[in-house]
Design a protein around this ligand. Structure first.
Ligand code: RFL
Ligand code: PHB
Length: 388
């Protein structure tokens, strides 16, 4: 088998890359270990930056997003028992974020690829990459009971944080930079009427977040110990924890409803440098992880593959590799901005085990500053909406 670009992983990075390459007349094959039903049902991100929305729209996969997505004109920070609004839309002159679940983006991209006769192999096994520093790298895999060797010009490692591409790079060719946070997020999905804004809450008992998926499905999180277990949390205990952290003197509260999912999400930052080895390029979570506080992960994945597709297009049009050579450095500038923003949001909003009253006063002072200074709010808004 042969193709121009072999793409490992059908997450937002892999599918969007395949879609962008197709629009430029470049052939690709996407290999995915899970089934179509599984990738279309996995609950992940919710918040899309303006640039992500624009790219999906400009490339013809934004129709349902325009109909079913929820542009959020701002966000609330909740502290001192009150909500404090940051009007992102106004600060950014009309740019904003949109809530549209990641698995809906996946459905739209899979549909677009299959309608264009794109080659996506679901449920592949034993995926392995080789010959990365030659001009003809290979991907080996098993599909529907048969073993294949896929020759290609380039490999895109879009296989997430637990994939096979990054570990195939010799350790001495990569720098790994990592930070693990001393807490996790306990997340729920509940059938309850949602508030139309995101609410990031700081409380002595710890961080909480109110988000949504649809007007009737609420997504909420609160900070827990990283060793905690979903089974420790009955529905009653979950709601009472949300009330303890969210109820305040302003009388604002949220709706309770039937809890349809509970999960615990680890919090870490991780970056590999460079995002390339020979003819293999890493994109998305395969190259970097951010804690979810800044809502950046999927947006970074999409930004990476936009650069990668430009580099590949330039290569096939001109035979020159300078944009591909610049790929890693270009992506890493944005990645580190997002790493910093996510770390900053996380540090401002969570309780750390070593916190003392001094630290808490600093966090509150920062929150008051961000919600009362136009300069500070502007800085937050331009990062939240996506900083180039
Ligand atoms: P993915 O989505 O993990 O996709 C990788 C795909 O590769 C497959 N795979 C393999 N395929 C073939 N061979 C192998 N050996 C393979 N190994 C793995 C996997 O099955 C999978 O289908 O990576 P990608 O494409 O880089 O996308 C990254 C995003 O999924 C991730 O960054 C976001 O979900 C992060 N994130 C958020 N990002 C945002 O931009 N906005 C948000 O609001 C936001 N909220 C979140 C989030 C992530 C969360 N969790 C669960 C970590 C909220 C949460 C709770
Ligand atoms: C979500 O809706 O899942 C979500 C929203 C904002 C974040 C993280 C996750 O910062």
């Amino acid at each position: 088998m042969r193709t121009q670009v072999a793409i490992v992983g059908a997450g937002p990075a892999g599918l969007m890359l395949s879609h962008l390459l197709h629009l430029q007349g470049i052939e690709s094959v996407v290999l995915e270990t899970r089934s179509r039903a599984a990738i279309e049902a996995t609950l992940r991100a919710g918040v899309l930056e303006q640039g992500t929305v624009d790219l999906l729209t400009e490339t013809g996969v934004g129709e349902r997003l325009a109909r079913e997505g929820y542009p959020h004109h701002g966000l609330y920070f909740r502290f001192d028992g009150n909500n404090h609004f940051i009007n992102i839309f106004e600060l950014m002159g009309g740019k904003t974020v949109t809530v549209y679940p990641q698995h809906e983006v996946i459905k739209d991209l899979v549909k677009a690829r299959l309608e264009a006769d794109g080659d996506i192999r679901f449920e592949t096994e034993n995926v392995r990459v080789s010959d990365l520093d030659s001009n003809m790298p290979k991907v080996h895999f098993r599909h529907a009971g048969q073993d294949y060797e896929l020759d290609c010009d380039f490999i895109a490692g879009c296989d997430g944080s637990h994939g096979v591409c990054r570990p195939a790079i010799p350790a001495n060719a990569l720098k790994v930079l990592e930070k693990v946070y001393p807490f996790s997020w306990f997340g729920i999905l509940a059938e309850a009427p949602t508030v139309e804004k995101l609410i990031y809450s700081y409380h002595e008992k710890g961080f909480a977040l109110v988000s949504s998926r649809t007007p009737q499905i609420q997504r909420m999180y609160f900070q827990v110990d990283p060793n905690d277990n979903v089974n420790n949390w009955s529905d009653e205990r979950v709601w009472s924890e949300f009330h303890a952290r969210l109820d305040g003197e302003d009388g604002w509260t949220f709706h309770e409803g039937r809890i349809i999912k509970k999960d615990i999400i680890g919090m870490r930052s991780y970056v590999v440098e460079p995002m390339q080895y020979g003819r293999m390029f890493l994109a998305g979570d395969a190259a970097h992880i951010v804690p979810p506080t800044g809502a950046k992960g999927m947006n970074l994945a999409v930004a990476d593959v936009a650069h990668l597709s430009e580099g590949l297009n330039h290569f096939y049009k001109t035979g020159r590799g300078e944009l591909l050579d610049a790929y890693s450095a270009k992506c890493l500038r944005r990645v580190w901005r997002a790493e910093h923003f996510s770390w900053w949001m996380t540090s401002m909003l969570h309780r750390f085990p070593e916190d003392d009253k001094f630290q808490q006063r600093l966090q509150l002072s920062q929150l008051r500053y961000v919600t009362s200074s136009k300069a500070a709010a502007y800085s937050l808004a331009e990062n939240y909406v996506g900083f180039e």
